[in-house]
Design a protein around this ligand. Structure first.
Ligand SMILES: Cc1cc2nc3c(=O)[nH]c(=O)nc-3n(C[C@H](O)[C@H](O)[C@H](O)COP(=O)(O)O)c2cc1C
Length: 402
């Protein structure tokens, strides 16, 4: 499958809060993922950001008024938009809107539309901390949760009003992430997935190490996609600048040895293992206690081999479905097929890491999937999120139902 919002109709509701400007970025992220987004704004929201910005970025008229005389096609937008929507995101959701929605008030386009909606609704409260923590707002949020809506926890920190505490709108990327989770099929529910990602670092001295340019993007995309689809996910990650995926148990490690320990600690209670980490094959035999000074070191370094974690899992695995990665610079088919056999894998994802738009650090990847029995499937270049979903699709097609 592609990402969960591709070609889906999303309505973005924007209220009159200071964070309304962040919704512009949220809209951009949603359209970039292929969603069709219509924007509905409260009259107060228009005091903060002009409807023109949302119209230009969504490519669609923005609804700000229930009784808009310019709406010449006689459509009843608050009903039609509600019927067409696959999901609704209200960001920012003001204290006022939350109170109206919790109590069934319908006195403008957005609040009226919300009562006609039957698809999932994600509410993103954002306001001054005292407002957020006030008993009426908390009561309304409780009611809205009980009504089955998703309420995103606001972030804590310094707010635009100068105070500090909970009330900050989550970053647009986080809102998009929860929208993806909300609209994903839950076909991995009950599955426990272990993913490894990123590089390892093998210290030479306290300030130097052997490593590789892996960013972790592919593995993190797989962990996120598995979580969206209902799996219980453990992510064992080498050093990476990426944030921990939401609802994923992320174990941060540094060396190949630490990665092996973390993987084997979770292996028994895992159904699917996807090893996308770029693990260092070797480590320095000696690690200097202090920084090596120029002229002090030998001009050669003695290395010793790290444990081949993938091979060890292949030897130990019982019920687990094991997916490996082969990052190659040549002879992909021969190298990947040999690795599949030698390490007792069920599937291997191969790519040529030196071609443009593929491999380390890139947001896209061009991979070939190799299966047991000698079959293979070459995929086009695509973003790593889509690659992640296709890998999970192929795994699920090959796992016998319980
Ligand atoms: C400068 C300014 C910033 C505001 N920021 C927020 C906010 O972040 N969250 C909120 O709930 N209300 C905020 N308000 C108050 C709302 O704008 C007000 O409650 C309004 O009635 C909300 O209308 P709406 O929910 O129809 O958009 C702010 C008001 C002003 C003047």
């Amino acid at each position: 499958m592609k990402n969960a919002i591709h070609q889906k109709n999303i309505v973005l509701g924007v209220c009159g809060g200071i964070a309304a400007y962040k919704s512009v970025e949220l809209l951009r992220l949603m359209t970039k993922k292929g969603a069709g987004v219509r924007v509905m704004m409260t009259p107060h929201a228009c005091e903060f950001v002009g409807p023109m910005t949302f119209a230009a970025l969504s490519g669609k008229p923005v609804c700000t008024d229930l009784f808009d005389s310019r709406n010449t096609d006689a459509s009843i937008r608050h009903i039609e938009w509600a019927q067409d929507a696959h999901a609704v995101v209200i960001a920012p959701a003001t204290a006022n809107l939350l109170g109206k929605y919790a109590n069934g008030t319908a006195d403008d386009a957005l609040s009226t539309f919300l009562l006609a909606v039957t698809c999932p609704v994600i509410l993103c409260p954002s306001m001054n901390s005292n407002m957020y923590l006030s008993p009426p707002v908390q009561r309304n949020l409780e009611t809205l949760r009980r009504d089955g809506h998703t309420v995103l926890e606001p972030g804590a920190g310094e707010l635009a009003c100068g105070t500090s505490g909970p009330g900050r709108l989550p970053e647009p990327e986080q809102i998009l992430d929860r929208l993806m989770a909300c609209l994903s099929p839950k076909d991995l529910t009950g599955k426990r997935v272990l993913v490894t990602a990123g590089p390892t670092q093998e210290p030479i001295d306290p300030v130097r190490f052997i490593s590789n340019p892996s960013s972790g993007k592919m593995g993190y995309a797989i962990a996120r996609a598995a979580e969206y689809r209902g799996a219980e996910v453990v992510l064992v990650s080498g050093p990476s600048a990426l944030p921990d995926p939401l609802n994923v148990k992320t174990v941060r490690i540094r060396t190949a040895k630490e990665m092996a320990e973390a993987v084997f600690a979770h292996l028994d209670e895992t159904d699917i293992v996807i090893k996308s980490a770029a693990v260092s094959d070797y480590r320095p035999k000696e690690v200097a206690e202090h920084k090596i000074k120029k002229g002090e070191a030998e001009t050669h370094m003695i290395l010793e081999q790290n444990e081949d974690i993938l091979k060890s899992i292949g030897q130990r695995k019982k019920h687990q479905f094991l997916v490996g990665f082969a990052a190659e610079t040549q002879s992909l088919r021969d190298n990947a097929s040999a690795k599949l056999e030698k390490k007792n894998l069920d599937m291997i994802v191969g790519n040529i890491v030196i071609q443009p738009g593929s491999g380390f650090g890139s947001d896209t990847n061009r991979v070939t999937l190799f299966y047991r029995g000698g079959t293979q499937e070459a995929l086009e270049q695509m973003d790593k999120d889509t690659v992640a979903h296709i890998i999970l699709d192929r795994v699920m097609e090959r796992i016998p139902p319980k």
